[in-house]
Design a protein around this ligand. Structure first.
Ligand code: NCD
Length: 329
């Protein structure tokens, strides 16, 4: 593994990530990708450390990915799911976190439907003076840093498999399409992509893309554009990232109908003709097939990076756990 000058103790957001930090994550993930291609896919790096996955909201890929990543690093893992926990008996989130602390947890991976919960737990751990690291695995509409990093890794390894690095995105055009308003994935990706010097184009109906998103692009190396139509975002794009319509987070009636949404903003083979010929499509999952992306396109390996994203996720989460876990020691 690369020797690192990593100093970050918690990973809660990508808003203040430096170029050097992005490159350290990308290079470390590339080393772990190599480990994962070996016959013995395990390293002893975090032996004896405890990684607790505290998921207060449902998840398939993020939770399993963090669990596998921790196991590949030889850490002991604890898995918590709120529906089957003492929270149903009235235990608070902080008391739950302290229970895992008392069991010797070193790293807490936290997902919650409210923005700010991972930050609050990290602050409490710091206040208690314990060397516990917190990784945000998605909090409300705020951020999903490990997803942003795995999306970045997926794109950069496609551009240079031997040496993925942030500068590869300079001059590329990337479109993010869909329910940006409710998406923590979009917010984390906005930080990483605008840090890289790429041109970022956001596209959605106005109800799902308020004007204030333009502010995210201020004083960043890359430029950010917002569109209330799909075509200008797709024109000559190198990468298109689609997002799920997050019905569980919609508090008002924001769309005419799913059919109409698919017609206007759904990504299909024919709409991709506007993009560069070798365009690739990403989606963080879970997918509403036939809504934000057509079912056939989703399964077409010529265009779709969706399965690669899932595979990359394990290496990227190993990198994060390793960087945080070995900085703690
Ligand atoms: C996303 C999430 O939960 O934020 N999925 C994921 O973690 N891969 C996106 C979503 O819910 O649509």
């Amino acid at each position: 593994m690369p020797t690192n000058d990593w100093t970050r103790h918690h990973v809660l957001s990508l808003a203040d990530f430096t170029s050097a930090e992005y490159d350290t994550v990308l290079q470390t993930a590339a080393s772990f990708q190599e480990v994962l291609s070996r016959r013995t896919k395990k390293v002893p790096t975090l032996q004896g450390q405890v990684v607790a996955n505290l998921f207060f909201e449902p998840s398939t890929r993020t939770r399993s990915s963090f669990e596998l990543a921790a196991k590949r690093l030889s850490a002991d893992t604890l898995n918590f799911a709120s529906a089957s926990s003492s929270m149903t008996k009235g235990e608070t989130i902080l008391d739950t976190a302290k229970t895992y602390l008392a069991m010797g947890t070193d790293i807490m991976v936290i997902r919650h439907k409210e923005a700010g919960v991972p930050n609050a737990i990290a602050q409490e751990m710091d206040r208690l003076g314990v060397r516990v690291s917190v990784l945000n695995a998605g909090d409300g509409q705020h951020e999903h840093p490990s997803q942003g990093l795995l999306d970045l890794f997926t794109i950069c390894t496609l551009l240079d498999p031997d040496n993925p690095r942030l500068e590869l995105l300079k001059g590329k055009k990337i479109a993010i399409v869909g329910d940006i308003l409710h998406s923590r994935v979009a917010r984390s990706n906005i930080w990483s992509i605008t840090a890289s010097g790429a041109e970022l184009h956001l596209a959605a109906p106005p109800t799902l893309l308020p004007k204030l998103f333009a502010d995210f692009g201020k004083d960043r190396p890359g430029r950010l554009f917002i569109h209330w139509q799909l075509e200008p975002a797709l024109k000559d794009a190198d990468f298109v990232m689609t997002l799920r319509l997050q019905k569980e987070r919609m508090t008002a009636h924001l769309l005419p109908s799913l059919r109409e949404y698919h017609q206007m903003f759904g990504i299909t083979r024919s709409k991709l003709q506007l993009c560069k010929p070798n365009v690739k499509v990403l989606h963080p999952g879970p997918v509403n097939r036939g809504v934000e992306i057509s079912s056939d396109l989703m399964d077409d390996p010529e265009f779709s990076l969706i399965q690669t994203q899932v595979t990359s996720g394990v290496a990227v989460r190993m990198a994060l756990l390793y960087l945080i876990g070995t900085t703690r020691a």
